[in-house]
Design a protein around this ligand. Structure first.
Ligand SMILES: Cc1cc2nc3c(=O)[nH]c(=O)nc-3n(C[C@H](O)[C@H](O)[C@H](O)COP(=O)(O)O)c2cc1C
Length: 189
């Protein structure tokens, strides 16, 4: 199989769910965010917004508000998370990038997914771990959550399509080798 640095980086990226306390430098975060802004977007509208939160108290407050929204849910699994003392949707990562977009175009989520993958790969190339965090996608319109994300800088008319946790992987938690599903590719000659 042909390979190069970029292909190896793609294959080495994994979702990191345990982080050390070490913060990502502003310089590295800027590089990751810049990579996001270079992603393709439908019609090149670039209506997205990237809100990077590096403050531990604000991240903890965001988690509490997400838990509050879950606690109101009919779904027992979400209710359990909502009432859990230990649940942390962003795995205590030191930085979280909230990725939002105007919901007016049907491809808004796709634009965000392209930007998110760019961030994952840029982070990996800098030795930074990352993970997609989805919980704001379903809770961003809860009034308490919305008020808080607005205070953080998420545009009021935006929907959140995903978040990116960023930090350094805890070396004590071993990463299982990735096994990819066979039979998902067809090449027509
Ligand atoms: C749309 C999407 C949503 C995801 N949401 C979450 C999430 O909320 N929390 C989480 O821990 N991982 C989340 N993931 C990560 C997947 O679980 C992960 O990519 C998958 O298990 C494959 O593992 P890998 O990323 O290490 O290759 C999400 C991934 C995608 C693409």
């Amino acid at each position: 199989m042909k390979t190069n640095e970029i292909l190896e980086n793609i294959k080495a990226r994994r979702s990191v769910r345990a982080y050390t306390d070490r913060q990502v430098s502003e310089e590295d975060l800027s590089a990751v965010l810049e990579a996001a802004t270079y992603a393709p977007s439908g019609m090149h509208f670039e209506t997205w917004h990237f809100t990077a939160v590096r403050n531990a108290d604000k991240l903890a407050e965001l988690n509490e508000r997400i838990k509050g929204a879950f606690a109101k849910s009919e779904d027992p699994r979400l209710q359990e998370r909502g009432h859990s003392k230990t649940y942390c949707c962003y795995y205590h990562a030191p930085t979280l990038v909230i990725v939002s977009n105007e919901p007016t175009q049907w491809w808004a989520a796709m634009d965000c997914a392209c930007a998110i993958e760019n961030m994952f790969l840029a982070a990996r190339s800098l030795g930074i771990g990352s993970c997609w965090i989805n919980q704001l996608g379903t809770t961003c319109d809860d009034p308490e959550v919305r008020a808080f994300i607005t205070s953080l800088g998420v545009p009021e008319h935006h929907k959140v399509y995903g978040c990116v946790a960023l930090g350094y992987a805890d070396p004590q938690i071993p990463m299982k080798e990735k096994v990819v599903k066979a039979g998902t590719v067809t090449i027509v000659g």
